[in-house]
Design a protein around this ligand. Structure first.
Ligand SMILES: Cc1ncc(COP(=O)(O)O)c(C=O)c1O
Length: 376
């Protein structure tokens, strides 16, 4: 007997388009008619609107979130002969960006409860780096699944060593610590607009947020061959431009972002309730932070069976991520880790399971997931 169709997919970027179709279609038509398709008025307007929404930063659009991290690293002088500390339990993009600029990644373990960088291990690694690696000159914490990392403790450790911090905000548009949004705490921060993100384009897109105007101007130059004046390269840059179509679409979607994050939180609360009394633990929340639930991740000792049972009920799930970066074939045996050997990251990779979560889920679909979870 074949499996029933998936009626509640884990992610559904097409639903995001359909929910805003008239505005998005009008924005696309406006760009097509304009005759200007890369780095133009739509990008400038989106950058201004995103910066106003974020607060206290200059925004520079670019090709994708991986490039955003690489541009920030490059602008802060990271490259060959330097190391950058980040986590192994992340999208591989975080580590790929470090290697793109020629720097050496060092992978710190996670706090098992929150899945984000363990500040205690980071401090130990900054005090006593693994043998044989270049000096650590930057740290990239990831606000994973929509929940901020322990930034105060991470930044305190980095301050002691004079090392800049670059926030990876690819999964955390709108997440807060106190009353400030992530992406405004550190010298530079990177956002991704991959279609499934909380703010998703209908293609690739990314953005660097920088607090210092000169650093922002440097990053803006680096994204286009190091040009400050057209055709004159003052620095060696790359081509990582945001296109006008994506910027125009992102302008429409940015206006909905706060309401959509609220809907994500509402669905997460309903899932929390449904999990009560089951063997599954809801995702833990840090005190004093605003979680934006890019993903709703449960921990399941018997993940394969759980995934199969949900699939039989028409519910799609995801695994973010099935292997920590230091165990993936391209990285295994050649990337330095902290003293714990990333054991908590390895354990998480065996058990994490993401339930469907996006703002366009209907109440009936949410109820279907809750019902299936209660029956587990
Ligand atoms: C944590 C994290 N960092 C970086 C990225 C890279 O973003 P992009 O796919 O836009 O290059 C992603 C998204 O894939 C991500 O989830």
């Amino acid at each position: 007997m074949s499996a029933p169709p998936v009626t509640v997919p884990q992610a559904n970027p097409g639903a995001g388009y359909r929910a805003l179709k008239p505005e998005i279609d009008a924005a696309v038509a406006r760009v097509l008619e304009s005759g200007w398709y890369v780095l133009g008025q739509e990008v400038r307007s989106f950058e201004a609107e995103f910066a106003a929404w974020l607060g206290d930063a200059v925004a520079i659009g670019c090709g994708n979130g991986t490039d955003a991290l690489a541009l920030a690293l490059r602008a802060l002088g990271l490259g060959p002969g330097t190391s950058v500390a980040t986590v192994s339990h992340t999208a591989v993009a975080t580590v790929a960006a470090i290697e793109m600029v020629g720097a050496t990644p060092v992978l710190i373990d996670i706090e098992p409860d929150f899945y984000t960088m363990d500040p205690t291990e980071l401090a130990a690694v900054l005090d006593r780096p693994p043998a044989g690696i270049p000096p650590i000159r930057a740290v990239v914490p990831v606000h994973l699944y929509g929940q901020p990392a322990a930034l105060d403790r991470i930044m305190a450790a980095c301050r002691r060593h004079g090392v800049p911090v670059i926030e990876d905000c690819a999964q955390a548009h709108g997440a807060t610590i106190g009353d400030r949004k992530v992406g405004t705490f550190t010298e530079a921060a990177a956002f991704s607009f991959y279609p499934t993100k909380n703010l998703g384009a209908l293609g690739d897109g990314g953005l660097v947020a920088a607090r210092d105007a000169e650093l922002a101007a440097h990053i803006a130059a680096l994204r286009q061959y190091g040009w400050r004046t057209h055709y004159i390269s003052e620095a060696v840059g790359v081509n990582s431009r945001l296109d006008e179509l994506q910027a125009a679409i992102l302008r429409v979607k940015l206006r909905q972002l706060d309401a959509q994050n609220e809907r994500r939180r509402q669905i997460a609360a309903l899932y929390d309730e449904a999990l009560r009394g089951t063997s599954l633990l809801p995702p833990p929340r840090r005190d004093g932070v605003g979680h934006v639930f890019h993903l709703y991740v449960v921990r399941a000792p018997d993940r394969a069976a759980l995934q199969a049972r949900l699939r039989a009920a028409g519910i799609g799930t995801g695994i973010h991520y099935p292997a920590p970066v230091h165990l993936q074939p391209a990285y295994r045996d050649r990337i330095a880790t902290g003293p714990s050997g990333c054991r908590a990251s390895e354990a998480a990779a065996q058990q994490v399971l993401s339930l469907p979560l996006y703002p366009e889920l209907s109440d009936a679909q949410v109820a279907q997931v809750c019902e299936a979870v209660r029956r587990l």
